[in-house]
Design a protein around this ligand. Structure first.
Ligand code: PRP
Ligand code: MN
Ligand code: MG
Length: 182
């Protein structure tokens, strides 16, 4: 396992715990989409690890597409201003679409994304997120597949960044306060 160095305070969710949870979620998704052609949409950049590992665990007949949106910029707080940096390549009208996210924090990104994608008339639209912070929610969103509910702390790793760093950690951890000036 990678060295936590001095920038991380602790490991919150280990690689083994992530793998086990993704296997559980994949089994549920496989059952729910049996006989359907699932389109999973990863939200760049945070969702790359979840997408890659979830897709390899799923047995469903699926295709993958990506959207890039950003609401955080370089800070640790959601601005609520969502920008599309890259749109889907796929026409999702009539498709069974599952959005894959690394984390739902304030919920502002996903809330915006859901209404944006819903307006394109998919046959169905659901969300799978590895992490969710119930205490940080600014909007309530109906999320069908949730990995872990976590405390309202700034977390990094497994796709999640602080100023674009730490995404490549194989686990989810919390940052030491000195990293972000705490
Ligand atoms: C992060 C994270 C989610 C979103 C959640 O993305 O990956 O997409 O913020 O925050 P919210 O629920 O408060 O809206 P970010 O905007 O940092 O872009 P990134 O995925 O490229 O890191
Ligand atoms: Mn993101
Ligand atoms: Mg980010």
């Amino acid at each position: 396992e990678k060295d936590m160095g001095t920038d991380l305070a602790k490991v919150l969710i280990s690689k083994d715990e992530i793998d086990a949870k993704l296997a559980e979620l994949a089994a549920q998704i496989d059952r729910d989409y049996a006989g359907k052609e699932l389109l999973i949409v990863g939200v760049l950049k945070g969702a790359v690890m979840v997408m890659a590992d979830l897709a390899r665990t799923l047995h469903s007949d699926l295709t993958m597409d990506w959207m890039a949106v950003s609401s955080y910029g370089m800070g640790t707080k959601s601005s609520g201003v969502v920008r599309i940096l890259k749109d889907l390549d796929t026409d999702i009208s009539g498709r069974d679409v599952l959005i894959v996210e690394d984390i739902i924090d304030s919920g502002l990104t996903l809330s915006w994304l859901l209404s944006n994608l819903q307006s394109r008339n998919p046959a169905s639209l659901e969300v799978c997120t590895l992490l969710r912070k119930p205490d940080a929610a600014k909007v309530s969103i109906d999320v069908k597949y949730v990995g872990f509910d976590i405390p309202n702390e700034f977390v990094v790793g497994y796709g999640l960044d602080y100023a674009e760093k730490f995404r490549n950690l194989p686990f989810v951890g919390t940052l030491a306060p000195h990293v972000y000036g705490g």
